[in-house]
Design a protein around this ligand. Structure first.
Ligand code: FRU
Length: 495
């Protein structure tokens, strides 16, 4: 093992010793200790799914980027691997930034990433140089760095290669700040995975205030092309763009050798506090899937500020679909149902006006399936109180009939940043909510994933109950099940 990797591994193990698990995820991927951001190199290679991630193994703050590594046979249970990549070349001395992984004709795993170098490591304000690098691996775990494959082009922001093959050619999309200061996606092509040529500026964000498009991703779905990216930084409007970092997409048409033509405006993928830098991949039966990062560059997580030894997690893996009206939906992969342990089936019933029904007394990892007939519901809100403690701390998730939205309200959570996020309710009389609750997060999926809201939530100490509550009217529940969930580590001592 390279000495930089070995040193980072040792430092991370030491930090792991003092990790506090009160909010550490039970069924989400997170670094064993330290900081995590973007999912990287999502791939199926030699019979296993591989998920790498941006990782600072030395502390719970962002710092020189390494790639952490986990793998899975089924996308349900996972195994930890030693760190995959550390800064070790001149061109990645300031961080092994985000990238992707594909299998080459020679059967090796090809990892493309951005090498970041600070012009003056003592003063980052002097800027950086970003180049695209390659590393290959025979086993998916141990990498051989090949150095730069796309050299510096004078653009300070030029990063996050996402590679795919289409009609016998390799393509790479990259995020950039163009010479005109606008957020752009650049397209490169390669016949052999090694030599890359600039094809064109594939997309330029029409908004004046967007200067960079991080983590672009281009994929075909239902005969259309989805271009996902993370625009920095459109101004917040209403419930939109509320975070310092938000992720979204446009849908359009593209063919090799041609320009990308967008058919839609930009839309957010998820409306919560923490969903950024998503990356797509294909399951082995060719379902398009995505992992996002739940963390924040802007607002430190409570597990960081409270000294818990870790910060951030990935979302659960979600399946993507495109609706007829070109809306990208995202919903937990069906295989996650394998994590279900005990099922509490409350059937169909009416919760009277101003009543509370305790669904769980004390659980920290569970999966809620709730269906409500809104035409027979008078309650002003259909509200779930999650992570509720005896002292009254709680996180609210629900449907607000006045403004027709689905919200997550962290005002009384316990720790960390407060605040409210909401997605527009897609409409219809049958409200269907799927809510995944982990020790420090909640992910809400509305009507089969037409919208989602994902937020980190850090509960107060004590038993955490789950309550369904009505306000000034009754709730017509058509179906309600709550499943407690198992952990995701193949070796349960792992965590
Ligand atoms: C997005 C991002 C990427 C970059 C990486 C660095 O979250 O800023 O653009 O490659 O994180 O950690």
């Amino acid at each position: 093992m390279h000495k930089k990797l070995a040193a980072a591994q040792i430092a991370n193990a030491a930090l792991r010793e003092s990790r506090n698990d009160r909010w550490y995820p039970g069924f989400h991927l997170a670094a064993p200790a330290g900081w995590i951001n973007d999912p990287n190199g999502l791939s199926f290679f030699r019979g296993r799914y591989h998920a790498f991630f941006q990782h600072h193994p030395y502390s719970t703050a962002w710092g020189p980027m390494h790639w952490g590594h986990v793998s899975s046979e089924n996308l349900v249970t996972w195994k930890r691997h030693p760190l995959a990549l550390a800064p070790s070349l001149a061109e990645d001395s300031g961080g092994v930034y985000s990238g992707s992984a594909v299998t080459g004709a020679d059967g090796k795993l090809y990892v493309y990433y951005t090498g970041n170098r600070w012009k003056n490591p003592e003063n980052r304000d002097e800027g950086n140089v970003q180049v695209q690098c390659l590393a290959t691996s025979d086993d998916g775990s141990v990498f051989d760095k090949k150095g730069t494959i796309i050299a510096e082009n004078g653009l300070e922001n030029f990063r996050d290669p996402k590679v795919f093959s289409y009609e016998n050619t390799w393509y790479m999309v990259l995020g950039a700040t163009g010479e005109n200061g606008r957020g752009q996606v650049h397209l490169y092509t390669s016949p052999d995975m090694l030599t890359w040529e600039f094809d064109r500026v594939l997309y330029e964000d029409p908004r004046d205030d967007v200067f960079m498009l991080e983590c672009p991703d281009l994929f075909e779905l239902n005969g259309h092309w989805v271009l996902a990216f993370c625009p920095e930084r459109p101004a917040p409007v209403g419930y939109r763009n509320r975070n310092t970092h938000n992720a979204g997409y446009v849908v359009g048409q593209w063919a090799p050798g041609e320009a990308f033509e967008a058919f839609t405006d930009y839309r957010q993928i998820d409306w919560g506090h923490n969903f950024y830098a998503p990356q797509t991949f294909e399951t082995k039966d060719r379902r398009p899937a995505i992992f996002g990062w739940m963390g924040s560059f802007g607002i430190p997580t409570a597990s960081h500020t409270e000294g818990d030894g870790w910060s951030g997690q990935l979302t659960v893996p979600r399946e993507l679909r495109l609706t007829e009206d070109l809306k990208l939906t995202n919903y937990p992969l069906a295989e996650l149902e394998q994590l279900r342990q005990e099922t509490h089936d409350f059937g169909s019933f009416t919760l009277g006006a101003n009543e509370d029904l305790v669904l769980l007394q004390d659980s920290d990892t569970y999966d809620i399936e709730l269906e409500v007939d809104l035409s027979a519901t008078g309650s002003e809100r259909v509200c779930l109180e999650l992570m509720k403690t005896a002292a009254g701390n709680r996180v609210l998730v629900g449907y607000d009939s006045f403004v027709s939205c689905i919200f997550v309200d962290r005002r009384l959570a316990g720790y960390g940043d407060r605040g409210y996020r909401a997605a527009p309710y897609p409409g219809g009389q049958k409200l269907s909510l799927r809510v995944l609750v982990d020790r420090g997060s909640v992910e809400v999926f509305i009507n089969g994933g037409l919208e989602s809201v994902s937020s980190l939530t850090f509960p107060a100490a004590g038993a955490r109950s789950l309550v369904l509550t009505s306000e000034s009217g009754s709730i017509a529940v058509e179906a309600l099940k709550v499943h407690t969930l198992d952990g995701i580590w193949e070796d349960p001592t792992e965590r």
